[in-house]
Design a protein around this ligand. Structure first.
Ligand SMILES: [Zn+2]
Length: 146
């Protein structure tokens, strides 16, 4: 009798667990079915897109500030493909860190928005860009002096 009770209790507890898991599963499923964010996900680092600042995207893509630093939309524009050139890029302009974009038809570059230099990934890029520029400048100077 005691054994039976024990088994019954154990069984009852596991059924309860299954029910809760099932309910949670259904709630999650419901959320994914009816929420616009459903097919989107946070970047692995849980950091926003370095260009547009969104936290959710269908996929995360590499950018000038590192892997998964751009949302899908910005990442596709940053991609350099043979069918279409890079449509956005990050540049240093007189000490400012600026996202440039190309006009869809004319492909002319224009200043799109200032990058968020509070973002550590952007700051790292700025530092590296300054190092690159300093290196190029020093090489140029040497070349001119020769
Ligand atoms: Zn973005």
């Amino acid at each position: 009798m005691y054994k039976w009770n024990k088994a019954q209790q154990g069984w009852g507890a596991s059924i309860m667990q299954v029910n809760i898991d099932t309910i949670v599963g259904l709630i999650v499923q419901e959320y994914y079915n009816h929420n616009a964010v459903s097919k989107k996900m946070m970047s692995r680092q849980k950091l926003p897109c370095t260009r547009c600042g969104t936290h959710v995207a269908s996929t995360w893509r590499p950018g000038p500030c590192g892997t998964s630093s751009l949302c899908n939309t910005c990442g596709v524009m940053y991609m350099d493909r043979c069918t279409r050139p890079r449509m956005v890029d990050l540049v240093m302009d007189e000490g400012r860190c600026v996202w440039m974009a190309r006009h869809q038809e004319t492909l002319q570059w224009y200043e799109d928005r200032e990058a968020d230099i509070k973002d550590k990934r952007v700051l790292t890029w700025v530092r590296q860009e300054k190092e690159r520029n300093a290196y190029v400048e020093s090489k140029k100077r040497k070349f001119v002096e020769m």
